[in-house]
Design a protein around this ligand. Structure first.
Ligand SMILES: NC(=O)c1ccc[n+]([C@@H]2O[C@H](COP(=O)([O-])OP(=O)(O)OC[C@H]3O[C@@H](n4cnc5c(N)ncnc54)[C@H](O)[C@@H]3O)[C@@H](O)[C@H]2O)c1
Length: 393
């Protein structure tokens, strides 16, 4: 007689959740006749006129009157939570402050999306708080920096720094709507404009030769003119095209892999060594500047592997220089790069998956970069960067 097999009962639950969010390029968000800010992300049925608005302290100082004037004119009932945002203060403490504000405000979960108005630091913090509050609360992003407009404010990731690690805690929780009004850039210091152009240059190098040509021709003018139409040499034509191409390229890359199930992401270009560099060089290097240093290194690595010609390398480095972006920082030592690479390999599930440019405007992943190769690339960069007068020892 056969002994009956005793099976342990088990259940598998599978579900898919549709994701949909909108990114809009718009104008005059604070114009009293423009209803986008008060309707974005709110359900049409029983719309509420209450809003909690989390706003970057600097943005608040600059735009307070216009924001309040707009909200009053639209008959909104609102509370402002003004947040000092710096990279070192991008921590869970800031998230808890926003969560307390949400709780004190008594947010109606579906009808009163939180408005997040500020740079990438603020939208990352509010996004994480919104993903945690009642396990998911809608929010609307209004990025006010270039990095926010072309990167931080349009993807699905939120995050804060933890244990000296960049964005180590976070979630995937896109805002219901992102409203991009380039007019905010008129007030942005030049260094932060350059910082955002580093992420634009990333997109150009890995997927868009036309965008690269635009940056090569007009990059420094875009900084001086703050990407505004008024007073610009071409009525803002180049600025508008750069903005549109950068957003479009980024969204096309992000959309098929929104939850990053695939770890071979070309948008990780410039983000192999930079997370460690940025944290070590804090507060000296801004996010985009750390990405620029990583890109300079990646360009030299690509040229050494025959994936770029000498002319292409020179062309790309000239654009970096014209945009006023660094190629080097004194923390760049082989040991630090090796540590950065090891951390990235852990993050990428045991593989390097380093995107490198194959010509300008195309990328390919490599998996076999050695510390010796990094050291040689660094040596090639370092004297040139030192000669550029950035004080590298
Ligand atoms: N979630 C993502 O996918 C993603 C992608 C890229 C970058 N990021 C994150 O974004 C952050 C960097 O963003 P950032 O460069 O916007 O930094 P930031 O938010 O610190 O803003 C930079 C500075 O500009 C000020 N500011 C903001 N808007 C202004 C305006 N219109 N006029 C004048 N000053 C203004 C801010 O007060 C701040 O001092 C990093 O923490 C990075 O990790 C996230």
């Amino acid at each position: 007689m056969e002994t009956p097999t005793i099976t342990e009962p088990r259940w598998r639950i599978e579900a898919t959740r549709p994701v949909s969010y909108e990114v809009r390029l718009c104008q005059d968000l604070f114009d009293h006749s423009n209803d986008q800010l008060v309707t974005a992300g709110a359900e049409d049925v029983l719309p509420s006129r209450r809003r909690l608005i989390v706003v970057d302290a600097r943005v608040h100082a600059l735009f307070r009157e216009r924001l309040r004037g707009y909200l009053d004119a639209r008959g909104m009932s609102y509370r402002l939570c003004v947040l000092e945002t710096t990279e070192p203060a991008k921590t869970m403490d800031a998230v808890f402050r926003v969560l307390s504000a949400m709780d004190d405000f008594g947010l109606s979960r579906r009808r009163e999306p939180v408005l997040a108005i500020g740079g990438g630091v603020l939208t990352d913090i509010v996004g994480l708080a919104a993903s945690m509050y009642r396990r998911s609360t809608p929010y609307v992003r209004v990025p006010t920096t270039l990095i926010g407009m072309v990167d931080a404010g349009i993807g699905s990731k939120t995050g804060v720094n933890f244990n000296r690690h960049k964005n180590r805690l976070g979630s995937y929780h896109p805002g219901a709507v992102t409203l991009i009004d380039p007019a905010f850039l008129a007030a942005l210091p030049a260094r932060h404009l350059r910082n955002g152009l580093a992420e634009v240059l990333k997109m150009a190098l890995i997927r868009d030769r036309g965008l690269f040509r635009l940056l090569a021709a007009d990059g420094s003018r875009l900084v001086t003119e703050r990407m505004q139409s008024r007073g610009s040499a071409d009525d803002g034509a180049a600025a508008q095209t750069v903005m549109r191409l950068a957003i479009d390229g980024m969204l096309k890359e992000l959309q098929p892999n929104l939850w990053e199930q695939r770890l071979d992401r070309i948008v990780d270009y410039g983000h192999t060594f930079s997370p460690t560099l940025e944290m070590r060089a804090l507060p000296e290097l801004l996010h985009g500047e750390a990405v620029a240093v990583d890109m300079a290194l990646s360009l030299v690595l690509a040229r050494r592997r025959g994936m770029l010609t000498d002319d292409e390398l020179t062309g790309a480095r000239t654009v970096l220089a014209n945009l006023g972006l660094p190629e080097w920082h004194p923390v760049c030592r082989p040991a630090l790069l090796a540590e950065a690479l090891a951390d990235t390999v852990r993050h990428r599930d045991g593989r390097q998956l380093i995107p490198l440019t194959e010509g300008i405007g195309r990328a390919r992943f490599v998996d076999d970069v050695t510390v010796a190769e990094l050291t040689a690339a660094l040596a090639e960069l370092r004297p040139a960067a030192g000669a550029a007068g950035d004080g590298a020892a």
